[in-house]
Design a protein around this ligand. Structure first.
Ligand code: URA
Length: 241
C-alpha cells in the first residue's frame, strides 16, 4: 500500500486544524497512528492506517465535497465579487475548502436549491446542454397564466435566442385576480430563462425559487441561507443519471 500523505496534511485535510495547529497536536501527543503516539508531522499515512485524535478516529478527507445550499435573495452565484455577497460566504467555515464553486447560476434575487461542489467533472455533466437535466422552479407571477401558455411552453417559445426553448412543463397552481403561482420545469439553463419565458407570454415573474435539480430536491427543513452535505444516495443519484 502506498504511503501517500504526510500526517500533518492528512489531519489538516480532515479538518483537524491548520498545518501549524495539527503540528502542535502531534507534539502534545494527542495523535496516535496505529496505536502508538505519533511523533513526526512528516510521517507518511496510508488509507489503511488508523489515525486517532484524542482517541477519535480521523478519516481521510473525501476527494470531493457536495453541498446543497438554500440560497436566499441578495447573494450572487459566484466565487468572488467586488460588490455583492457571494453564495460561498454562506458555507460555514468548517465546510469550506479550496476550489468550491456553485453549479450554475441563480439570479441575485432568485432563491432556492443551489449545488456547491469542487467536483468539476460532475458540474460539467449537470450543466451540459446535451444532458437536459431538469430544473423545477416555483414562481409567483404578475398576470394570469393560462393553459395556452402551458401549450406554448410545451412546444418551445421564442425568447430572443437563435433557437426556441426546449419543451418545458408548466403547472398552474393558481391563476386569478391578475396573479398566478406556477411550477415550471425546464431542461436548459439559458440566462434568466424562466423570467424571459414568462415575459414572452406577456406576464412577469415577481418571485422565483428553484425547488429541484435532477434528482436533488430542496427539502422544507433546510432554512434559507443554510447548507448541508449531500447524502451518499443523493451523490449517487446525480452521478448515475
Ligand atoms: N431562470 C431565471 O430567470 N432566473 C434564475 O435565477 C433561474 C432560472
Amino acid at each position: 500500500m502506498k504511503k501517500a500523505v504526510r500526517l500533518d496534511k492528512f489531519l489538516a485535510d480532515a479538518g483537524a486544524g491548520t498545518r501549524s495547529e495539527v503540528k502542535k497536536l502531534i507534539q502534545k501527543g494527542r495523535v496516535q497512528v496505529n496505536g502508538a503516539a505519533a511523533k513526526k508531522p512528516e510521517e507518511k499515512i496510508a488509507e489503511t492506517d488508523e489515525v486517532l485524535l484524542d482517541g477519535e478516529r480521523i478519516g481521510a478527507a473525501p476527494e470531493f465535497v457536495y453541498y446543497l445550499l438554500h440560497k436566499p435573495a441578495g447573494y450572487v452565484s459566484a466565487t468572488e465579487d467586488s460588490r455583492d455577497r457571494t453564495v460561498l460566504e454562506l458555507i460555514p467555515p468548517e465546510l469550506r475548502r479550496k476550489g468550491l464553486f456553485p453549479v450554475g447560476r441563480l439570479d441575485k434575487d432568485t432563491e432556492g436549491l443551489l449545488l456547491i461542489t469542487d467536483d468539476g467533472a460532475l458540474a460539467h455533466e449537470l450543466l451540459s446542454p446535451k444532458k437536459h437535466v431538469e430544473k423545477t422552479y416555483y414562481a409567483q407571477v404578475e398576470g394570469e397564466m393560462t393553459p395556452v401558455d402551458a401549450a406554448s411552453f410545451e412546444e418551445g417559445i421564442d425568447i430572443g435566442e437563435k433557437n426556441r426553448t426546449l419543451p418545458a412543463k408548466l403547472e398552474i397552481l393558481s391563476s386569478k385576480g391578475g396573479k398566478s403561482e406556477i411550477l415550471l420545469t425546464i431542461c436548459e439553463g439559458k440566462f434568466h430563462q424562466v423570467k424571459r419565458m414568462v415575459k414572452a407570454v406577456g406576464k412577469e415573474v415577481t418571485y422565483l425559487k428553484r425547488i429541484s435539480m435532477g434528482s436533488l430536491i430542496l427539502s422544507e427543513d433546510l432554512k434559507k441561507g443554510e447548507c448541508r452535505p449531500l447524502t451518499e444516495n443523493e451523490i449517487k443519484g446525480l452521478k448515475n443519471r
